[in-house]
Design a protein around this ligand. Structure first.
Ligand SMILES: C[S@@+](CC[C@H](N)C(=O)[O-])C[C@H]1O[C@@H](n2cnc3c(N)ncnc32)[C@H](O)[C@@H]1O
Length: 448
């Protein structure tokens, strides 16, 4: 947690005399800006209401436009469960009947939030097939470190050599799934998994699905359609060949909403045999009022405090002229505006890069080697900075404030940063997974 300092700032230009910043305390920096006009023209889209509160689960439920909630509860197994964001998004239509993760910290958070009688802590490679209950679906958010840009892209390895990479834990997971053969499988990972290692990892995933007699299709869903966070994730939805998929759920062609160019390229790179199993899933783009970022970012809390004015001045000094101008432009709005900054190394130099487009950058964990996201709050002449708090990160993932977070900053941040965005999972559940589960031939699903 940053420490408070009470020395006066030397960063210029700073106003003298009494001002709002002084009334707010020492943790703010006042920068006078040249004002072009008093009230700037702003456009307001109907999908971004001013000052909307944190969206409650009930509200999000009501906002889902395409499918009514179904009464039946389906069963799923939650592999690589982390903090249980898959079950948060799939409830109440889906019931997590078994979960696994090998991290004691994640397991403790999972238990605090969900009770966790169904949680089995340990390496997926040690899971016994016979211990798995029957289920309609298996969800697998396997580790992304070796498939993301930050992680060096050593990939998932291959079925016989999985011990060399963290993402290679896909293979022991997959051996269980292939032998269990549930009617539906969802694989989730970073968007970069499509192109990692020249597409070899994605082709390996597709071949594994095809050999296990699944039809499958990937979707890239960006959390920004539901939340003020830019976060693209790959979801591969696979359905066992004997499940009669309703025609209206499949399209003949890709849809720009969930099938960007990288998906088309990945499809084109598959062998004829594997691409025969491919499905272009048809989904109805969401129509949700995204909460405004200012409504999710609050004041200092148990994890974070505002930076001293010296530290804020230092962060601003790391900005190049373009990013300093963004701060000045935000000041000219003369109201509270929240932006986000990351520290990056550019051409061997430390830089701070800020955005004020109402969207936070993708949450990442320290394990990915990236810096922590910084909140830059501008209110007229006053500028304050601090680290994004784990509670705010949780809100940016669509988790309600009742979701329990560990007291330790890094542990809490990693838990949330590693997780799924809840409304994205809910969307997938309502648009594809629940309707598909409703057509599974029931005789194939034991009641355990
Ligand atoms: C990308 S995170 C999934 C997060 C989860 N879907 C959520 O929303 O919170 C991957 C998870 O896999 C777990 N994990 C990684 N390797 C594992 C292994 N070999 N066995 C079991 N769990 C593993 C990690 O502890 C981490 O929680």
């Amino acid at each position: 947690m940053p420490t408070k300092t009470h020395r006066s700032t030397k960063v210029s230009p700073v106003t003298g005399g009494k001002n709002a910043a002084q009334k707010r305390g020492k943790h703010s920096l006042v920068i006078r800006v040249h004002r072009k006009r008093k009230t700037p023209k702003t456009s307001r889209s109907s999908c971004a209401p001013m000052g909307s509160p944190v969206m409650s689960w009930e509200l999000q439920e009501a906002a889902a436009p395409c499918f009514p909630a179904m009464a039946e509860t389906y069963r799923f197994l939650e592999f690589f469960a982390g903090g249980g964001m898959a079950r948060a998004g799939l409830a109440p239509d889906w019931n997590s009947v078994w979960a696994n993760d090998f991290s004691p910290e994640k397991a403790s958070a999972y238990r605090k939030n969900w009770g966790g009688g169904e949680l089995h802590v340990g390496d997926v490679a040690a899971v016994n097939l016979l211990s798995l209950p029957s289920a309609d679906m298996v969800w697998g958010s396997f580790p992304c470190q070796d498939l993301s840009q930050a992680g060096g892209q050593s990939g998932i390895g291959n079925a016989h050599d999985e011990t060399f990479t963290r993402s290679g834990s896909f293979w022991p997971f997959w051996r269980l799934v292939a032998r269990m053969s549930p009617p539906m499988v969802v694989l989730e990972n970073v968007e970069g998994a499509l192109r990692a290692n020249g597409g070899a990892d994605f082709r390996a995933l597709c071949s594994a699905l095809s050999q296990a007699r699944y039809l499958f299709g990937p979707l890239i869903l960006d959390a920004v359609h539901w939340l003020p966070q830019s976060r693209k994730r790959l979801f591969i939805v696979a359905v066992r060949e004997d499940v009669p998929i309703p025609n209206h759920m499949m399209a003949l062609l890709p849809d720009a909403f969930c099938h960007p160019k990288a998906v088309e390229e990945a499809y084109a790179s598959l062998s004829a045999e594997v691409s025969e199993k491919w499905i272009w899933w048809s989904v109805c783009p969401p129509c949700v009022d995204r909460p405004r970022v200012e409504s999710l970012i609050g004041d200092a809390d148990q994890w974070v405090d505002w930076d001293s004015s010296e530290k804020t001045g230092y962060i601003l000094s790391l900005m190049n002229p373009l990013h300093r101008k963004k701060v000045r432009d935000a000041q000219r709005l003369n109201r509270r505006v929240v932006g986000f900054a990351y520290r990056r190394t550019r051409a061997g130099r430390q830089r701070a890069e800020v955005r004020f487009d109402g969207v936070a950058g993708c949450l990442r964990t320290a394990g990915g080697g990236s810096s922590k996201q910084i909140v830059v709050e501008v209110n007229g002449e006053t500028v304050r900075t601090r680290l994004l708090s784990p509670r705010e990160a949780a809100r940016l993932q669509g988790l309600p404030d009742t979701y329990w977070l560990p007291p330790d900053y890094n542990e809490a941040y990693d838990l949330v940063g590693d997780g799924l965005s809840v409304p994205v999972v809910r969307f997938l559940g309502q648009q594809l997974l629940t309707p598909l589960a409703s057509v599974i031939p029931r005789r194939r699903v034991a009641t355990a």
